[in-house]
Design a protein around this ligand. Structure first.
Ligand SMILES: [Zn+2]
Length: 319
């Protein structure tokens, strides 16, 4: 039995579930068994009955992962209720009440169900502290974020939207495998256009998207071509040592592709260089740029180029 410490509960959250903000008097103890990965004391969190029940079946070493798992389980369970808010606005629901009184009961309660479910899944607990000392527990769990919602992974997001919006499963699965997770928004847009579709029609839509994707890939290829970048094989470029500095092949290739041959031309493209190398971080990008500056400066001297530049012949091939 671990020595669980109850977390601090702010006054306005008394008898409230830490996972979903519903009233509750149950508790969740985390972790269930001692873990060598835990960097904090075992925690006792207030919970509602439902979240406690879900948490019991979750196995994890991270309180944040537990929180995400409980949250996603609620989303899955209440997908239909959450879908009401995606498919309707409150105003639209209210307008439908004009059509008949028997419908009114349904729409009012439907919207209430949506608001309750939404409030629960949007709640992300209050900051963890014990006896007034905050717990800074790092959240380094992987998740897939889409449209402001965190999902355990991409598949969980697809499953949620399919259920919440009653999308055609065959179609959305096909779209997702064609378009991938980076273009999930587009896959959803297409799936929403065809809420009830036969398998044969779905196959037609998928064939159309396949064709579109092919055209898109061709267009991207072409625009690369038309951007005027020269075809330079980075494998054929050697690194150059200048004094204590190393000039990297990728920097030289960058200049060659753009036909940048001297410092003035490089300066004109400085912003583009840093934009394209931003991902390396400032210091690494600057080192790369500085090397290129030294190299182009050295190449101003023709005899240095001929005698010392291992890439000299490549500059002539690419001129
Ligand atoms: Zn709860």
């Amino acid at each position: 039995m671990l020595n669980y410490e109850p977390i601090d509960i702010p006054f306005n959250y008394r008898h409230t579930c830490w996972f979903c903000a519903e009233p509750g008097n149950d508790i969740v103890q985390f972790p269930k068994v001692a873990s060598p990965y835990l960097a904090h004391v075992p925690l006792q969190l207030p919970a509602c009955r439902e979240c406690k029940f879900i948490a019991t079946s979750c196995i994890t070493d991270s309180i944040w992962d537990l929180q995400l798992q409980v949250n996603n389980a609620l989303m899955k369970r209440y997908a239909k209720h959450l879908g009401i808010g995606v498919n309707w606005t409150k105003q639209e629901l209210e307008e439908t009440t004009l059509e008949g009184t028997s419908f009114k009961g349904f729409t009012d309660s439907a919207w209430m169900m949506y608001e309750i479910a939404k409030g629960r899944v949007d709640f992300s607990g209050w900051p963890l502290a014990i006896n007034g000392v905050p717990l800074d527990i790092i959240d380094d769990n992987y998740s897939y974020d889409f449209d402001g919602t965190r999902f355990i992974n991409f598949d969980a997001a697809v499953e949620f939207y399919q259920k919440a919006e009653s999308l055609n499963k065959y179609l959305i699965d096909g779209l997702v495998s064609l378009l991938g997770q980076d273009r999930f928004a587009y896959a959803l847009r297409v799936a929403r256009l065809h809420p009830s579709i036969s398998k044969r029609m779905a196959d037609e839509v998928l064939a159309e998207i396949t064709e579109q994707e092919f055209d898109r890939a061709e267009m991207l290829k072409q625009s690369e071509h038309q951007s005027g970048l020269k075809d330079v094989n980075i494998e054929s470029i050697s690194a150059v040592t200048l004094g204590s500095e190393q000039v990297q092949p990728e920097a030289i290739a960058w200049a060659m592709r753009r036909g940048i041959r001297d410092l003035l031309e490089l300066q004109q493209c400085e912003d583009a260089f840093f934009d394209e190398h931003e991902h390396l971080g400032g210091v690494a990008a600057f080192a790369l740029y500085h090397g290129l500056q030294l190299y182009l400066e050295a190449r101003q001297d023709d005899s240095w180029g001929e005698q010392h530049d291992p890439n000299h012949s490549l500059w002539h091939q690419n001129s």
